[in-house]
Ligand binder design. Structure first.
Ligand code: TYM
Length: 327
């Protein structure tokens, strides 16, 4: 059986983008792959965050993983900080990464270009920790949204560099990017990614949003004045984004949706998409509440940490021998 691994950082509340680009894929593949899904809580410290908020986001994220359909019987679900091997290999990957190589990471460059204050060294080196997160488990594939693809490519480079310098140690992983929904856009600014940290409340649907408010956000999404329903992300990004959301949540193909809407207006498409989002969130949140009430979260994490540590500790021991840390 081939292996897959991915993670999400609990920096804020999860968005519909996280669901469509990532979580939905994890759930889809868990029957076919040996699956490791974790909460990248150490990555959440790269930006200032209150301890209470981090705790709450972390619990919510695990409950949402389960509510979305991740099954702890099939998938190893764990907290990054419960597996010290991530930080251990993270340092080694940081020392293997070039200074300039990290400077070329688009996400980091974008933050620098915006001249945001308070950029931490952790934000700069986080792709090296992400490489460690991945390489510890020798996955064949890493399902991610398009914005994380470059970091998986860096991971490949670091793995190859290590294997060459010290002998074969890591499997070279491949990023797996979904065809529909690899980047869900801000509803008010449809050339920008829908993001928990950067979108305005109206532009971003959170998985824990009130479903009726989420439906209204879809209704007031920015489109265009062409008045033709076709899938043209370049010239009609807002409309393409709505079609993508509808397709991802229902499984109906983009072509079929476009066909169905020939001769119809944007209002109708927004209504259907809004209703689908409403139903999706209502259902998800019902399961989310049941999961939080059931106290299953602690048990899932305990089991997950055991399994993940067993795999990761072996890999770190091997790496420590190879690089000369173990005498
Ligand atoms: P994060 O937490 O920013 O995002 C988690 C996942 O959600 C995807 N995503 C989106 N997909 C489609 N449309 C959007 N608008 C959208 N926004 C986010 C992301 O591409 C990602 O797949 N560094 C990572 C977390 C991480 C990780 C890892 C992932 C740490 N270690 C190892 C994979 C493997 C991050 O910040 O993702």
């Amino acid at each position: 059986m081939k292996t897959m691994l991915s993670g999400i950082k609990p920096t804020g509340r999860l968005t519909l983008g996280n669901y469509i680009g990532a979580i939905r894929e994890f759930v889809k593949y868990q029957d076919e792959y040996e699956m490791f899904i974790f909460i990248a809580n150490q990555h959440a410290l790269t930006v200032p965050i209150e301890a209470a908020e981090l705790r709450k986001n972390t619990k919510d994220l695990i409950a949402l993983y389960l509510a979305a359909g991740l099954d702890p019987e099939k998938t190893t679900i764990f907290l990054q900080s419960d597996v010290p091997a991530h930080a251990q290999l993270g340092w080694i990957m940081t020392c293997l990464s070039g200074y300039g190589e990290l400077q070329r990471m688009t996400q980091f460059k974008d933050k620098m270009a915006k001249q945001e204050t308070g950029i931490t060294a952790g934000l700069y080196t986080y792709p090296s920790l992400m490489a460690a997160d991945i390489l510890l488990y020798d996955p064949d594939y890493v399902p991610v949204g398009i914005d994380q693809k470059q970091h998986v490519e860096l991971t490949r480079n670091l793995a190859e560099r290590f294997n060459k310098r010290y002998s074969d140690t890591f499997k070279i992983p491949e990023p797996l990017v979904t065809k529909v929904g690899a980047k869900i856009y801000d509803l008010q600014n449809p050339t920008k990614k829908m993001s928990k940290s950067e979108s305005s409340p109206k532009g971003c649907i959170e998985l824990l949003d009130n479903p009726a408010q989420a439906r209204n956000k879809i209704k007031s999404a920015i489109t265009d004045s062409l008045g033709i329903i076709q899938y043209d992300p370049e010239n009609q990004p807002g409309l393409a984004n709505l079609i993508t959301i509808l397709s991802a949540l229902t499984g109906e193909s983009i072509e079929s949706i476009v066909d169905r809407y020939q001769g119809k207006g944007y209002g109708e498409l927004k209504k259907e998409t809004g209703d689908v989002v409403f139903d999706f969130l209502t259902d998800l949140q019902k399961r989310y509440k049941e999961i939080l009430d059931s106290k299953i979260v602690d048990k899932v994490l305990e089991e997950g940490a055991k399994k993940a540590n067993a795999v990761a500790n072996k890999k770190v021991a091997k790496v420590y021998r190879k690089v000369g840390l173990k005498i």
